[in-house]
Design a protein around this ligand. Structure first.
Ligand SMILES: [Zn+2]
Ligand SMILES: [Zn+2]
Length: 326
């Protein structure tokens, strides 16, 4: 009897603390509408708390996520003094992983900081230095952080991530390893996030190695290859800013569907072609067009799906969508 109880408890705990991820898109685009630029909330399946992957848009994304029912697994206590947006933002987002400090990846964090709680900002040294010197400096914005110019409000603690070292993201089940990327000669990053043996790869803005004259993307594929072989990667989030009409010299550190296909050729080399089939590739950072009757998102979708020789599973989330990656 005791044994049966133990087994059933074990099954229950496995189902509660399963692997995989929950991802809520806060901002799906790479410009030009403020209120919907690069930001995502990620948590390990069975966890209560989120980490933000970039922070271009925070509160408007949580609002749309609530409207779409994407926080159905988040318990909001009745006695809280905060509204639902405020509670999720203040109590359930436990930190920010910033891929690089371009405005479309940090503006939501800055604007909402006056209502935020004590959290860590994680990033490469170059990212942290840029935020320290150019954002939280009492000129662009008060210094809400623990280092930098003038009086320090100490709400945010900078956590510099060293390359190839694994860090626990505090108050979550997640761990992260960081790889550098080249984004028009500016440093960006790829975060390899682990939840109990399952992984998600989040690429910040990045240009093709060939154009950036580097091997940084290839190095990330080398790291992802063995994990793909073992079916441990539950999703790859990567940018496609422009459609194929964009000339290489006008890319400025971004990717197109044509370049995604070339990058997949190299990823296939390290992982085996067969291991890419069905792989979740989540497309981020699409730059909307303001021209009449011109839908950049639809065009990129079409170009990717028409040339999908590896049969990967392209996903194009929009603001507020919930994705379960298992
Ligand atoms: Zn960007
Ligand atoms: Zn950028």
């Amino acid at each position: 009897m005791k044994k049966i109880l133990l087994i059933s408890q074990l099954i229950l705990s496995l189902s509660i603390y399963g692997q995989g991820f929950e991802l809520v898109t806060l901002g799906s685009d790479g410009g030009v509408m403020d209120g919907n630029v690069s930001g995502y909330l990620l948590k390990g399946e069975g966890d209560e708390n989120f980490i933000a992957l970039d922070a271009g848009t925070i509160l408007p994304g949580i609002k749309v996520g609530l409207e779409k029912g994407s926080f159905k697994n988040t318990i909001i206590p009745k006695e809280t003094e905060w509204n639902d947006i405020g509670y999720i933002f203040r109590e359930k987002v436990k930190g920010y992983l910033i891929s690089h400090a371009h405005l479309d990846h940090i503006s939501g964090l800055v604007i909402s900081s006056t209502e935020d709680t004590k959290k860590n900002i994680y990033g490469l040294n170059s990212t942290v230095e840029t935020m320290k010197n150019n954002i939280f400096n009492w000129q662009i914005w008060p210094n809400f952080a623990n280092e930098g110019e003038g009086f320090k409000l100490n709400q945010y603690t900078y956590k510099v991530l060293d390359l190839n070292k694994e860090y626990v993201l505090e108050n979550t089940k997640l761990k992260v390893k960081t790889f550098p990327l080249s984004h028009s000669n500016y440093e960006s990053s790829m975060f390899l996030i682990e939840n109990e043996g399952d992984y998600l790869a989040y690429f910040g803005d990045v240009g093709p190695d060939k154009i950036e004259r580097t091997d940084k993307l290839e190095k990330t594929y080398r790291a992802l290859g063995p994990l793909l072989k073992n079916k441990k990667i539950k999703g790859i989030m990567i940018e496609v800013s422009f459609d194929n009409s964009k000339k290489d010299e006008a890319l400025f550190g971004h990717l197109t569907p044509m370049w995604i296909n070339k990058e997949l050729d190299i990823l296939a080399k390290y992982s085996g072609i067969e291991n890419l089939e069905g792989l979740n590739i989540i497309i981020t950072h699409i730059k909307p067009s303001l021209k009449k009757n011109d839908d950049m998102r639809e065009r990129i979708k079409k170009e990717l799906n028409e040339s999908n020789i590896y049969k990967v599973n392209y996903i194009f989330p929009t603001q507020g969508d919930l994705l379960l990656l298992k």
